[in-house]
Design a protein around this ligand. Structure first.
Ligand SMILES: Cc1cc2nc3c(=O)[nH]c(=O)nc-3n(C[C@H](O)[C@H](O)[C@H](O)COP(=O)(O)OP(=O)(O)OC[C@H]3O[C@@H](n4cnc5c(N)ncnc54)[C@H](O)[C@@H]3O)c2cc1C
Length: 483
């Protein structure tokens, strides 16, 4: 165990408190995973998140190895009124998983996954990544509907909803969440579940209410048969085909079965050995379709999307599920890029919207950035708005602005561009947004209210008051406790 001297911590109200050696050492000794202080090995690895813009320095990192360490950390933070950040996979673009001078509860030692092949259920620890989960479930040709980049944390993604290739077939990740073990602000480990005697209100709140209610030490999901191979349709067409290609993709999606997930991408071909050198940097459009079912059927079905013109490159073909799930990883690296991701829920995809997006895509200031039109529909819409905290399910499409750049000096330019396009899209929007792509969450709590809807927002406030009345868990898309 490291010798730990007295530490100055930020408190929840914005002040500071000094804890003596005894208190801090006692806490350190109570953790199996230990603590890391500034300057010690592992400090930077623990505190640095995906987004290269976020550079926060916690006073102490608690490396939790299990629920007992989480309970000890929550109790320590609450008893001393410390500012507390909770880190799952560290992907959150707004950077709420770290804090300056507070206690950072790091779950990256808790990445275990256990599959029960007899029921297709999966138990996943709170620090696991999508790659951890896919690796284990694919042993049994199963997959939990989740996101599309293997390094993303299961926890943050799930608590915000969870979109990916399977959203139309199986709904959001939360629609496949059966139960969760949660350490709430009082240091109790509770089972959030619809089973008799368990906390069903807590389960409802976790399904879209973010990290407001406690630390999830493990999730239980229903997985579904997927793979080992699925069909990927991904021709990279010249950007000049954007207007016609997006219309063709939209028409295709109108009749597509629920097995088809995907998105329409506006991108620049990355300078990556994956792509022929002569095409590096060229603006392109990609009508992506992933068929979550028999690859041969997917191949036939997606054929029309592969004959919209002459592609620069065509990545289409059957692909192992785990390879598909890590295909985008090289283009969204940890720390090497700065990220600002925001999104707009669209009321529909009329010609005006499509023309607008094509025009604005031509003004993207960074070759790393992509815009995506993401299709909902299918199983996503068959869940009621009040069945989960996530809220509305009548959204047909979402427009994502995944802005990325390498040079910190370009930050203002890229953020301003994103904000201005986002603002212009509001006239095509239902209001609200997908809370996993919140920019820096500049809109504060209004963003949560507008996204989940007024009734769900009220209910979230009451659940918050029950499980975290003093708002210990505040570094998130925060909901004020309201009894
Ligand atoms: C490259 C990239 C790809 C992405 N792809 C997708 C995608 O395909 N689909 C999608 O839906 N989203 C996607 N996202 C968004 C992603 O879902 C969110 O950024 C999410 O917050 C990431 O979760 P995390 O655990 O990695 O984040 P973290 O930054 O570790 O945590 C984010 C917040 O979640 C809470 N939290 C984390 N762990 C726990 C826990 N165990 N218990 C309680 N609260 C916790 C905390 O409040 C924390 O501040 C992507 C993001 C990136 C950067």
């Amino acid at each position: 165990m490291a010798i730990v001297a007295g530490v100055r911590f930020a408190t929840r109200d914005g002040g500071f408190t000094e804890l003596d050696d005894q208190a801090v050492q006692g806490f350190a000794a109570s953790l199996r995973g230990g603590v890391v202080r500034p300057g010690e090995p592992g400090y930077d690895e623990g505190r640095l998140l995906w987004n290269g813009m976020i550079d926060k320095r916690p006073a102490l990192i608690a490396r939790c190895s299990g629920a007992a360490d989480v309970i000890a950390s929550v109790n320590f933070a609450r008893d001393h009124d410390l500012l507390l950040a909770v880190r799952g996979g560290g992907h959150n673009v707004a950077g709420r998983a770290a804090c300056d001078d507070g206690l950072m509860l790091d779950l990256s030692l808790m990445r275990g996954v256990r599959v029960d092949p007899s029921t297709g259920t999966v138990r996943v620890q709170g620090g696991a990544t999508l790659g951890d989960m896919d690796r284990e479930t694919q042993v049994f040709n199963l997959a939990v509907p989740a996101g599309v980049v293997s390094t993303t944390g299961v926890a943050g993604l799930t608590l915000g909803g969870g979109t990916g290739w399977q959203t139309r077939k199986r709904g959001l990740t939360i629609d496949n969440l059966i139960s969760a073990d949660v350490v709430t602000a009082d240091g109790q480990l509770r089972v959030a579940s619809d089973s008799v005697g368990a906390s069903s209100d807590l389960l409802w709140g976790l399904k879209g209410g973010g990290g407001n209610f406690g630390v999830v030490t493990s999730f239980e999901f229903q997985a579904h048969p997927v793979g080992p191979n699925v069909m990927l349709c991904a021709p990279l067409y010249p950007a000049e085909l954007g207007a016609s290609a997006v219309r063709a993709w939209h028409e295709f999606m109108q009749d597509a079965p629920d097995e088809v997930g995907g998105g329409f991408l506006f991108w620049s071909i990355p300078a990556n050995p994956y792509f022929p050198t002569e095409h590096h940097g060229k603006p392109c459009v990609i009508p992506i379709a992933v068929y979550v079912g028999d690859p041969d059927r997917g191949d036939k079905l997606t054929q029309p999307l592969r004959s919209l013109g002459t592609p620069y490159v065509d990545l289409s073909g059957p692909i192992p599920w785990t390879a598909l799930q890590s295909m985008f990883d090289p283009f969204v690296p940890k720390r090497d890029l700065q990220y600002y991701w925001k999104c707009t829920y669209l009321t529909g995809l009329g010609n005006d919207v499509m023309d607008f997006v094509v025009q604005r895509a031509a003004t993207i200031p960074s070759t790393y950035t992509y815009l995506v039109i993401f299709p909902f529909g299918g199983a996503f819409t068959r869940v009621g708005a009040e069945d989960t905290a996530f809220g509305r399910r009548d959204i047909p499409y979402m427009l994502e602005f995944d802005s990325m750049w390498a040079d910190p000096a370009q930050a203002d330019r890229n953020i301003e561009w994103t904000r201005s396009v986002w603002a212009d899209t509001q006239r095509y929007s239902t209001g609200g947004m997908y809370l996993n792509f919140p920019g820096f969450a500049e809109e504060g709590e209004n963003m949560v209210r507008d996204s989940v809807g007024p009734d769900n927002y009220r209910r979230l406030g009451a659940i918050k008051a029950k499980y975290d009345p003093t708002n210990l868990f505040r570094l998130n898309l925060n909901v004020t406790p309201r009894a």
